[in-house]
Structures are given as C-alpha cells and as structure tokens.
Design a protein around this ligand. Structure first.
Ligand SMILES: Nc1ncnc2c1ncn2[C@@H]1O[C@H](COP(=O)(O)OP(=O)(O)OP(=O)(O)O)[C@@H](O)[C@H]1O
Ligand SMILES: Nc1ccn([C@@H]2O[C@H](COP(=O)(O)O)[C@@H](O)[C@H]2O)c(=O)n1
Length: 228
C-alpha cells in the first residue's frame, strides 16, 4: 500500500464447537487492529428472543414467521464485543444451557439464516479496516470471497476438556456428548451447514496451545495482507 498502512482484510474462521474460534478470532483481531464478529452470538441472541417470547422452537414455521422481529445489534470491538436484542444486553443469558441446547434448532430455519446472514454481510462490508468473522458457514456461504478462510478442528476429547474447564467441573462425558450432538445438528442441516470451504486452510488445534493457534493465524493473515 502506498502510505504503508495495512491493507483491510476479511478473515473467515469456521469450525465445530470448542475448537477455539472465538478465543483465536478475538486475539487475532485485537493484535492486527481488525474488527471482530461472533456470529454464534447472533444465533444465540435470536434463540434467546424466541424462548423469551414463547415461540415453539421445535416448530420451524412458527420460528420462520417471527424471524424478522428481534433487533439484533453486534458490537465488533475485539477487546469488548457486545450483543443486544431490542436494546437489551444479552451477553450473559445467551451462554446459558437452555439457549445452548436450543440454538441448533433455531439456526437451522432458513428464514433465520437469511436474516442473520444479511446482518453479517452488512457488518463485514462496513468494517473499513477489515474484520475477523467466526462461525460455521462464513467461508462457504456468508463471505465466500473472504481473503483468508481458516477451518479450526480438534478432537472431541480435547474440545470437551476445554469446555469442562470453562464450565468448572462439568462432567467430561456429558460435555463431549453434548458438543458432538450440536455439531451433528449443525453439520446435518439443509441450509448452509457447518462445513469447511474448499479453499480454507485447516488447522488442527488438538495439540496446540491457544497461543500457538493465534500465532499461526496471525502469520497466515499477515501473509495474505502482504500479497494483496
Ligand atoms: N488451543 C487451545 N488449547 C487449550 N484451550 C483452548 C484452545 N483454544 C481454545 N481453548 C479454550 O477452549 C474453550 C473454548 O474456546 P472457544 O470458545 O474459543 O471455542 P469456539 O470454537 O468459539 O466454541 P463455540 O463454537 O462453542 O463457541 C475456551 O475456554 C478457550 O480458552
Ligand atoms: N455461522 C454460524 C454460527 C453459529 N451458528 C449456530 O449458533 C450456534 C452457537 O454458536 P457458538 O459458536 O456460539 O457456539 C451453533 O451451534 C450453530 O447452531 C450457525 O448456525 N452458524
């Protein structure tokens, strides 16, 4: 670039639950001065709204009928990402088990995906300095022209151990089964399932520390920027 400023770059990071997408994406974005979007939080937020408004989440027609109603706003500062629904800060309740157990059913509804995908594209296109967007279908569907696509993986055992540590003593077997079940639902839905884009770089994080994964992704982004 003529003035030496870093080139804006769009980075898509996808992968199953507990592979380190959020931790990695936030750290990479913060380190490189990029915006950050947690798309899982958006699906959780719309699920929270459905539950709070008494919508039967097992009824896709009922979910589809109200998919356009909640106003979901994501703050994209990697040092302090935010998420609100109709002006209410839902950062804490969207992480509760009730939402986690229901989010895959809501996110499988095509009308929900269309609504949230549109929101994600608007946010990405207005991030002037570039953005790291993490989720399940970013490289395949939301931002197929992203400059860099990463697909994080890790063994179910490693992912369950990470989550159990986070949930302070949660049973390892139950945690492992729950994340395998959620991945199967996310990978098995018809509309934009969890999948690796053909041109994504796969990083197996099973035996890597979080710091090693961050360094690996920062290097990949810097290489892309230099080549632009
Ligand atoms: N390479 C790693 N080694 C050890 N722990 C890690 C590693 N990557 C992430 N973690 C930890 O694992 C937990 C899950 O990570 P994170 O929330 O980033 O995963 P995720 O892929 O975004 O999960 P989800 O899709 O369910 O939101 C966090 O506690 C995080 O600190
Ligand atoms: N691009 C995405 C991102 C997420 N989902 C759905 O949201 C759930 C929660 O995601 P987390 O990353 O916060 O765990 C996830 O299980 C998916 O059902 C999605 O469909 N597409």
């Amino acid at each position: 670039m003529e003035n030496g400023a870093a080139q804006p770059v769009i980075v898509a990071i996808d992968g199953p639950s507990g592979t380190g997408k959020s931790s990695t994406s936030k750290a990479v974005a913060a380190q490189l001065g990029l915006s950050y979007l947690d798309t899982g939080a958006q699906y959780r937020a719309i699920t929270w709204w459905m539950v709070n408004n008494g919508i039967d989440i097992e009824d896709p027609t009922a979910v589809a009928a109200v998919a356009g109603k909640p106003d979901i706003v994501s703050g994209t500062d990697p040092q302090g990402p935010t998420i609100t629904v109709d002006g209410v800060d839902v950062a804490v309740p969207i992480r509760e088990q009730d939402v986690t157990s229901k989010v895959s059913a809501v996110s499988a509804v095509p009308e929900v995906r269309a609504r949230i995908t549109e929101l994600q594209r608007t946010i990405a296109s207005s991030a002037d300095g570039g953005i790291v967007v993490e989720g399940r279908d970013i490289g395949t569907t939301v931002l197929p022209d992203a400059d860099l696509k990463i697909f994080l993986t890790a063994s179910p055992e490693a992912r369950a151990a990470r989550r159990s540590g986070e949930l302070k003593g949660a049973d390892l077997h139950t945690t492992r089964e729950a994340l395998i079940k959620r991945d199967a639902a996310d990978a098995g839905r018809k509309t934009s399932p969890l999948a690796k884009a053909g041109d994504a770089v796969e990083v197996d994080t099973t035996d890597l520390t979080l710091q090693q994964v961050i360094e690996c992704v920062v290097t990949l982004v810097e290489e892309k920027r230099a080549a632009k």
